[in-house]
Design a protein around this ligand. Structure first.
Ligand code: HSE
Length: 369
């Protein structure tokens, strides 16, 4: 059986990946070998009743024995290990959640419900590096891949509402901690019928401004607030997260040579693990709304079109409703007042599933296929 090395399986994305692979019985198709940078020699996870010791993730000899390496270990690990392994002549498949190799000429960004043709062509051409995309980009493409597939999109803006999970596990903890402090600090006023809402608001504002308010990871309050900055600055005023919109989308679609214009503002909000996005799309022609909805709904098995009414929106189109599922909710679909070629919609998807783990396990199955 083919050996597949798995690195970074104990972290947040790695744990979600492991859970998905167990649920889908992926491990029956290959011999998993678990590596770790810190747990070498300890017991690995139980797979099919067997527990084996974990190998050292810095051991190039052992890694080079693998037909495929799947890494959720992070960009630093990829930067160190991937070139060293290739230099040794290793020609196995490298599947990675980190962004390090995404924009390399000899890598493919994987999102098979959208770009299976790009993946298949790359496999035929001998490409060996298959990299998961930026979560915001992957979730946007899962939502409106049907419009891109028909070449209807002239340009697109994505205004995002990104969850704490995109920033990491510590950030998720910090968000909950911030919520807890706000609840604790306002508790007496909430229980005091004589306290006015402005008293409560003032207490919240004071708490947010307190230098001891927990913000080590975000650098600012997120609970009861938001942060319109994700990742580092580019030279043109964009953040890197915003730049990824145009760069990665066009690479995923295999059209970096004739890119579709994409831009927007990326904003961190106090959701736990679902990224939401408000899209505005300039269509190449005035396509009827019904036809658009059908194209969106039929693009893949996970898109769920939510009727544009209040009850359905509250029930189905929110991080609370989508979290922990593979559903890509797409709602608030309507033409804008700007003209019949202008479409807007709102979409929500789980940042850890379609945004991170799911495309990796699926491309592994395609490669082993
Ligand atoms: N960069 C994304 C975010 C997550 O910060 O939400 C990873 O794709």
């Amino acid at each position: 059986m083919v050996s597949v090395g798995v690195v970074g399986w104990r972290g947040m994305v790695g744990s979600v990946l492991m859970d998905r692979m167990r649920r889908e019985d992926d491990f029956s198709a290959f011999e998993p070998v678990f590596f770790s940078t810190s747990q070498a020699g300890k017991d690995g996870p139980e797979i099919g009743g067997a527990v084996k010791p974990v190998l050292d993730a810095n051991d190039l000899e052992k890694l080079a024995e693998m037909a495929v390496v799947v890494s959720c270990q992070g960009g630093g690990y990829t930067e160190r290990i991937h070139p060293a392994l290739r230099k040794k002549g290793w020609s196995g498949y490298w599947i990675d959640a980190a962004s390090t190799l995404r924009m390399k000429d000899n890598s493919v960004i994987v999102l098979d419900p959208v770009n299976r043709h790009v993946i298949d062509r790359a496999l035929d051409e001998g490409v060996k590096d298959f990299i998961g995309g930026n979560c915001t980009v992957s979730l946007m493409l899962m939502a409106v891949g049907g419009l891109f597939a028909r070449n209807w999109v002239e340009w697109l803006t994505a205004m995002t509402y990104q969850s704490a999970s995109g920033a990491g596990a510590n950030n998720m903890r910090e968000l909950v901690q911030q919520m807890g402090v706000l609840g604790e600090k306002s508790k007496d006023l909430l229980h005091d019928p004589a306290a006015t809402i402005l008293d409560i608001d003032q207490r919240i504002s004071q708490t947010l401004a307190d230098p001891d308010f927990p913000s080590q990871y975000f650098g600012a309050p997120l609970a009861a607030s938001l942060i319109p900055w994700i990742d580092r600055a580019m030279e043109n005023g964009q953040t890197r997260e915003e730049w990824k919109g145009i760069a990665e989308t066009n690479k995923i679609l295999g059209r970096s040579d004739s890119p579709i214009a994409i831009d927007g503002q990326c904003v961190r909000v106090g959701a736990m693990r679902c990224h939401s996005q408000a899209l505005a799309i300039k269509l190449k022609e005035a396509i009827p709304l019904k036809t658009i909805e059908e194209a969106i709904a039929s693009a893949n098995d996970w898109v769920s079109v939510v009727p544009n009414d209040k009850a359905a929106t509250l029930a189905k189109l929110s991080p609370a409703a989508v979290s922990g599922t593979l559903t890509i909710a797409v709602g608030r679909i309507r033409k804008m007042n700007l003209g019949p070629e202008y479409l807007t919609l709102f979409t929500v998807g789980d940042q850890l599933l379609w945004g991170a783990a799911e495309p990796l396990r699926r491309v592994l199955n395609i490669i082993l296929g």
